[in-house]
Design a protein around this ligand. Structure first.
Ligand code: IPD
Ligand code: CA
Ligand code: CA
Length: 265
């Protein structure tokens, strides 16, 4: 595989996709299963554009994309795609959404590209070759826990996790610097890779939300995992925790305690 060439082609594809999304005048909105969960015609157009453009890059690779009907991780190469991460932000004009494209080979993420198309910020990494933002190397910060910025995803579509999320937020607010919630998990995770925030926790995320960012994070010196068991399988929806240094240790401990029912606000 010529990883440089594949990376370059994925990067230009997501940039073109971002331009197309921004040019869509009045995308149609449809409801999905779950609490306040939506998909727009822009999500669907983005997914078709990406599937078509990615297919020739790694012949035989499978697709595991959010708006497909079936989500099965096949043996070998799989493209894990979130055509718009931050759909609610996109619908409301909050200008914080991204396109997330990850490549997983036999359960290991090897390449990740995340494009925040409003701010024109392109995050990318290939396993073993470092993490970059718009061509410049990026590194996670190492902030003491009591000053750390903790990003919390609220698992909005799954009400089962709302109380646990509130408990995690309460604990983080009392022990750390402050909380953040952007509305795009991929943007949150890449912010840690760029040293803008220190840790992330969300009680449930799907593989397309974190696959691309997982490579970017690890190449930037941060960690990402699930919680009890502490391993990501890129197949199921699971808790996701990420971060660096003390802040990562804090979210690991807190998420494990709260999600196993032992922690409280
Ligand atoms: C959502 C966003 C949000 C997170 C949700 C995700 P979507 O993705 O990443 O930040 O809290 O859990 O599902 O639906 O906008 O692609
Ligand atoms: Ca998503
Ligand atoms: Ca999405």
């Amino acid at each position: 595989m010529d990883w440089n060439e594949i990376l370059e082609r994925v990067c230009s594809l997501v940039k073109e996709d971002g331009r197309r999304i921004l040019a869509m005048k009045r995308p149609e909105v449809f409801e999905k299963e779950g609490h306040a969960n939506f998909v727009t015609s822009a999500d669907l157009a983005s997914q078709s554009f990406l599937l078509e453009g990615l297919a020739p890059l790694v012949p035989g690779a499978h697709f595991f994309a959010e708006e497909q009907e079936e989500h099965v991780l096949a043996p070998g190469y799989n493209w894990l795609i979130d055509p718009i991460d931050g759909t609610t932000n996109f619908m409301r004009g909050l200008r914080c959404s991204s396109i997330s494209v990850g490549l997983v080979n036999n359960g290991k993420a090897v390449l990740g590209v995340v494009y925040q198309f409003y701010s024109d910020e392109l995050f990318y990494a290939v396993r073993g070759k470092g993490a970059f933002l718009n061509g410049k190397p990026i590194h996670a910060a190492d902030t003491p826990c009591d000053r750390a910025l903790i990003e919390v995803g609220t698992s909005p579509y799954n009400t089962t996790f709302h109380a646990a999320t509130a408990a995690i937020m309460h604990k983080a607010l009392s022990c750390c610097g402050d909380l953040r919630r952007s509305g795009s998990a991929a943007v949150d995770l890449c912010a840690i890779a760029a040293g803008r925030a220190d840790a992330f926790v969300e009680a449930r995320l799907s593989p397309w939300d974190y696959a691309a960012s997982s490579v970017i994070l690890e190449e930037a010196g941060a960690q990402i995992t699930s919680c009890a068991p502490f391993t990501l399988d890129f197949q199921n929806s699971t808790p996701v925790i990420a971060g660096a240094g003390e802040a990562f240790d804090f979210v690991c401990r807190t998420a494990a305690a709260v999600l196993s029912g032992e922690g409280g606000a």
